[in-house]
Design a protein around this ligand. Sequence first.
Ligand code: T3D
Length: 265
Amino acid sequence: MTKAMPYDTLLYSVENAVATLTLNRPQTLNAFNDVMIREATEAFKQAARDASVRAIVLTGAGRGFSSGQDLADTQSRGEGFSIAEHLRQGYHRLIKQMIKTEKPILGAINGVAAGAGCGVALACDFRVASEKASFMLAFSRIGLIPDSGLNWMLPRLIGYARAYRMALTAEKVPAATALEWGLVNAVAPEAEFAATVQGWATQFASGATRAFGLTKRGMYRSFDMDLDEALDYEAHLQDIAARSDDFKEGVRAFLEKRPAQFKGQ
Ligand code: T3D
């Protein structure tokens, strides 16, 4: 069944338990204006609430994934505009919504992911890049520092030396290098990109959804914990996972020597 939701700056559809969010301002390489930041946050909330959704794909329309903050909007701001408040009320809500959505979010990085677009790409749980894609911290070119969670996320993913280099040089890191550095999980040739994304999305959407969500929670929370706390917390999460129907089915299927039929419950 396909469900579509009306948004001005996004395309949103649900098919076969996969929600697909497409950033849809291709004339700007999907730059984020205020409406798109708000609608993307709302769309992730919607996908999180919808029990029929078991995996989420985020991608961009046209040749870019996202070029980050819409700089035409930035230029038209009046005196006294607070960027800090803009970040807190906008990008922070979006990034936090993505991280607290306890379903796998697959970033289908179809083209350049720059500035806050790179931040949003890195808030996905798994990234498949087209070989035409690239990652770029555009901020230093306009005299800003990385934001939208990048100072937190990027050194964790690729280490301080590479992260700081990306920040200072604002160089475009091509897909092949992104794979080597651990910024993406897979790179696909252009002709195979859609099928590769669909393959991973189908796999995630037929898995043990509750366990996938709790794993995300456990890994993110562990960043603030010592080993004792992390062990204790994962025991607590395992208790929750073990109450799921999918756990019963997983064990039963193993003993019956057949593939598990998970329902995401
Ligand atoms: O303000 C706050 O609240 C703080 C938050 C900041 C977060 C940020 O994201 S800051 C960083 C903002 N982003 C950038 O600085 C990147 C700007 N874009 C670029 O550097 C380049 O466009 C790319 C390297 C991403 C791609 O280059 P290329 O040559 O493939 O494409 P292009 O020709 O530059 O762009 C195509 C069109 O998109 C073009 O419009 P036109 O000439 O066809 O009418 C271009 O102006 C437009 N575009 C690209 N990026 C943006 C944009 N329009 C508005 N805002 C953009 N960010």
